[in-house]
Design a protein around this ligand. Structure first.
Ligand code: IPM
Ligand code: MG
Length: 362
């Protein structure tokens, strides 16, 4: 198949890890007879430096035209002045909103080789396999913001429709998994959460009767996520709770450097990015872990291009590279760590056998 992929390297380690993901995608294309075209545009701090804006118009136009968007990371101390008028993060929020990417899928499946790097006891990590579906274009992130000399406010709003569509997305995903959805809110305090709970209950009852729905308050969810992570399948929640819970969940996997994400809307175009940040402290040194970006590329193959077999090949290759001990500094013992390029090479070397044979497709 033919596909146009927009690459937005962004800041810090973004360019290094997206380059690794593009290498793997090129390799997949060659193995399977696909034609992927890559175009590159600016976002975040790099875009502010070049154009004054975190999301230049031609970046957004290219995203709307592309089949999928692969993003590295945005931000860094250079653009972190609290008084600055524009910030790199605004570029990321704006592109999510403009493309209507309301559902952010963040799978967490700890690899045994990374158990030692997790602060959680290994027996609790065994068998953990969950996906957080985070609402991505509503809530307090996008509500009206006010600032006066001595006060500030951020409005949190959700419409029924915004809640329905993300709950449905989570339920469709759960139908392909263990049919268990945990909806997370703060319904004992927040009105938006009471609406969230009402809508979640109705959507599941009317449209997904096979699904077991459980409600959790976000504070107790934060605790259960570490105490009994194995019990969760699909967790669906609003924007800010999802932001916080997924950083917490990343600790189950041992390193932020292992977790991919997909941001999806109604259309085919999705945005794929590792959940880690731009890590300015290690940027440009060739030591960043590329696995999260490579796994994000696998999600791109699956969700935007419909290439599930190819996605599985990439995921199996990353798992095999990890199992064989090809670990970057975030996971390895200090004297045995490998760099970004060696880790990328290890993924290419560990493609499972059925993926080695180029398939002919129409
Ligand atoms: C994330 C990040 C972003 C968010 C920041 C960079 C705006 O933390 O993708 O989780 O809060 O959504
Ligand atoms: Mg975050």
């Amino acid at each position: 198949m033919q596909a146009e992929i927009l690459v937005l390297p962004g800041d810090g380690i973004g360019p290094e890890v997206t380059a690794a993901a593009v290498t793997v995608l090129r390799n997949v294309a060659a193995r399977h007879g696909h034609e992927f075209t890559f175009i590159e545009r600016l976002i975040g701090g790099a875009a502010i430096d070049a154009t004054g804006e975190p999301l230049p118009a031609d970046t957004l136009a290219a995203a709307k035209k592309a089949d999928a968007v692969l993003l590295g990371a945005v931000g860094g101390p250079k653009w972190s002045d609290p008084k600055a008028k524009v910030r790199p993060e605004q570029g990321l929020l704006a592109i999510r909103k403009a493309l209507g990417l309301y559902a952010n899928l963040r799978p967490v499946k700890p690899h045994p080789v990374a158990f030692a790097a997790s602060p959680i006891k290994p027996h609790l990590l065994q068998g953990v396999d969950l996906v957080v579906v985070r609402e991505l274009t509503g809530g307090i992130y996008f509500g009206d913001k006010q600032r006066t000399a001595d006060s500030a406010s951020d409005l949190c709003t959700y419409s029924v429709e915004e809640i329905e569509r993300v709950i449905r997305r989570a339920c469709r995903l759960a139908m392909q998994r263990n049919r268990h959805v945990t909806s997370v809110d703060k319904a004992n305090v927040l009105e938006t959460s009471r609406l969230w709970r009402e809508v979640a209950t109705r959507v599941v009852r009317e449209e997904f009767p096979e699904i077991t729905l459980e409600h959790q308050l976000v504070d107790s969810m934060a605790m259960h996520l570490l105490a009994r992570p194995r019990e969760y399948d699909v967790i669906v929640t609003e924007n800010m709770f999802g932001d916080i819970l997924t950083d917490e969940a990343s600790m189950l996997a041992g390193s932020m450097g292992l977790l991919p994400s997909a941001s999806l809307g109604e259309g085919r175009v999705g945005l794929y990015e590792p959940i880690h940040g731009s890590a300015p402290d290690i940027a440009g040194r060739g030591i960043a872990n590329p696995y999260a970006a490579i796994l994000s590329a696998a999600m791109l193959l699956r969700h935007s291009l419909g290439l599930d077999a190819e996605a599985q090949c990439v995921e199996r290759a990353v798992n095999a590279a990890l199992a064989a001990g090809h670990l970057t500094a975030d996971l390895a013992k200090p004297d045995s760590a490998i760099g970004t390029q060696a880790a990328t090479r290890a993924v290419l070397d560990h493609f499972p056998l059925p993926c080695q044979v180029p398939e002919l497709r129409d």
